[in-house]
Design a binder for this molecule. Structure first.
Ligand code: FEO
Length: 173
């Protein structure tokens, strides 16, 4: 059983994960428009992963006998200064997600809600990878930004990212 407070916080996170998907899809559209098809692919895959995160929390709320209440999804930012700006914003976005997941974990800890603390462990670990991935890409793009040839090489690398569904242990049965 979830407390009303935790149920609300988990619902807010479902919404934020959908907003994240929307944000990354908008970044994909920008990259497409700027003629970086690899970056567009990278962000499209990122958006798919965010939908997985939303679904995982959605399923968990029901597993715990809670109620899911979907809210409107905020309009994402749709224009950027350049491709580096997009990745920098992606990094900032993931840092914000980490803060939100930590906040959820703090609530679960305060309430001694051990099942939710355990559930959130996967998200905490996932955020380490998310931040690392964006941080590495920001560094790479900064180094390459004075050479269009290098930028296109990075774009080719980004084109190879493929979507692998995120599955938590609880969903594997
Ligand atoms: Fe759902 Fe990228 O965090």
């Amino acid at each position: 059983m979830l407390s009303k407070n935790l149920e609300k916080a988990l619902n807010d996170q479902i919404n934020f994960e959908y907003y994240s998907a929307y944000t990354y899809l908008a970044m994909s559209a920008y990259a497409e428009e700027m003629d970086f098809p690899g970056a567009a692919n990278f962000f499209k895959v990122q958006a798919q992963e965010e939908l997985d995160h939303a679904r995982i929390i959605y399923n968990y709320v029901f597993q715990k006998g809670g109620r899911v209440e979907l809210e409107a999804i905020k309009k994402p930012r749709v224009s950027y200064d350049n491709i580096l700006d997009v990745f920098e914003e992606g990094l900032k976005h993931e840092q914000m997600v980490t803060k939100r997941i930590y906040n959820l974990a703090d609530i679960a800890l305060d309430e001694k809600e051990h099942a939710t603390m355990s559930f959130l462990r996967w998200f905490i670990d996932e955020q380490v990878e998310e931040e690392e991935s964006f941080s590495n890409l920001v560094k790479k793009i900064k180094r390459a930004s004075d050479s269009l040839a290098n930028m296109y090489m990075i774009d080719d690398e980004l084109a190879t990212r493929t979507y692998v569904p995120s599955i938590k242990a609880s969903e594997q049965a």
